[in-house]
Design a protein around this ligand. Structure first.
Ligand code: AMP
Length: 372
């Protein structure tokens, strides 16, 4: 068992984005100090940290500085360099370990692992070279989604293909980024996610199921409770628990899933707090960020009871100006901004959360801002 990290100690966070910032804000409330390793200047997390190490993630000197400053180390994104993560885990308390990162950094390893735990994923086939195309097409059929195994997010490094010709073209483009996976198209009714957290003591808790609406492959809204049957919600939460136990998770895991005819197909995993769990800051007894800090610092996990129906909506670069103009109308809406200076189109700049007696009422509060 990892040790109890006493408040007053320093939590080191690899990655300085909004997830790191919101983790840090929860950790500070609990009395911890924060060190952050992040290459960009004045990052969202650096703005609320005590110690800032501005360097590349794979810079070993910087990793040493982080270890020296920290009593425990966590991360806000999964694409951490293997050598750095291994080195850190030998030198400092790193409760999440490297094994989970290794699995979730690579779509094929991830799908193999999920399947081995008896949980369904879309049919898939590996493509390592152009000659693998025919066999993969034969096995998966069309339409299908071609994805890079490493590094894709928000729909980047992906192509929907309708026939073998389109697949060949997409493969010749994407193979430059390394091995690929071809996935069968899942005609889902909706997309949902469950955030699950497991502590160093092996205690596991899930947050309520979020129904996720995407626009241009970027999360637009999370609606909670998800508008699906209770038994499907229960199934989603039990699948997340199965994965958490099977992966011997410590910390937080986001499980993205498709719902199809009351059945659940797991799409992907993220070993960290997730955009679709932001609603928990206002709507749950314990937020995903506090829960993560509790888990890695050896606290008991908090209750995850949902206090109210809720909708979270992302604020992208192009939404910032209209949203700021709508602030006078936000008496029933909480606006979070991440401190990013440049409001680049599609960049996640913040989010809004609306509570209501029903999800329709919460949606209505957000819609009223758009009519402005
Ligand atoms: P991902 O990066 O894997 O989360 O994919 C981004 C989005 O593409 C998902 O949120 C889905 O809306 C869609 N998508 C990905 N894979 C599939 C699939 N196999 N079938 C249908 N839609 C998919």
């Amino acid at each position: 068992m990892s040790q109890f990290i006493v408040p007053g100690s320093t939590i080191g966070i690899i990655g300085g984005g909004q997830l790191g910032r919101m983790m840090a804000l929860s950790a500070r409330q609990m009395g911890y100090r924060i060190a952050v390793l992040e290459p960009t200047h004045d990052s969202p997390c650096a703005q609320v940290a005590d110690v800032v190490i501005e360097a590349a993630y794979d810079d070993l000197e910087a990793a040493k500085a982080l270890v020296e400053a920290s009593d425990v180390i966590t991360y806000e994104f999964e694409n951490i360099d293997e050598a750095t993560a291994q080195w850190i885990s030998e030198k400092c308390e790193f409760p999440q370990g490297y094994d989970l990162l290794k699995v979730t950094q690579h779509r094929l390893y991830e799908k193999d692992k999920i399947s081995s735990l008896g949980v369904e994923v879309a049919p898939y086939a590996a493509i390592y070279k152009e000659e693998d195309v025919a066999e993969a097409a034969e096995k998966i059929g069309f339409p299908a989604v071609l994805k890079t195994c490493r590094g894709g997010y928000d729909g980047k490094g992906q192509a929907v293909v309708k026939n073998e010709q389109e697949l060949k073209q997409a493969v010749s483009q994407l193979l430059k980024q390394g091995e690929l996976v071809l996935e069968g198209w899942v005609p889902f009714q909706c997309e949902i996610s469950v955030i699950v957290t497991r502590s160093t003591q092996g205690e596991t808790k899930t947050l309520p199921v979020a129904e996720n609406i995407h626009r241009n492959n970027i999360l637009h809204q999370s609606i909670v409770p998800a508008r699906i049957k209770q038994e499907t919600q229960d199934l989603a939460r039990s699948i997340a628990m199965t994965l958490a136990d099977g992966l011997e998770l410590i910390g937080t895991l986001a499980v993205e899933m498709f719902v199809k005819d009351g059945k659940i197909v797991v799409n992907e995993l993220a070993p960290r707090p997730h955009n679709s769990g932001h609603y928990s800051i206002e709507a749950c007894e314990t937020s995903q960020f506090e829960q993560h800090i509790r888990a890695i610092c050896g606290w008991p996990l908090g209750e995850t009871t949902l206090h109210s129906p809720v909708v979270m909506e992302n604020v992208l670069g192009e939404h910032v100006d209209p949203m700021l103009k709508a602030v006078p109308l936000m008496s029933g809406v909480k606006l979070h901004l991440y401190g990013k200076k440049e409001a680049v189109e599609k960049r996640k700049m913040g989010h809004m959360t609306a509570l209501g007696k029903t999800v329709e009422e919460a949606l209505g509060k957000l819609n009223a801002l758009h009519k402005n």
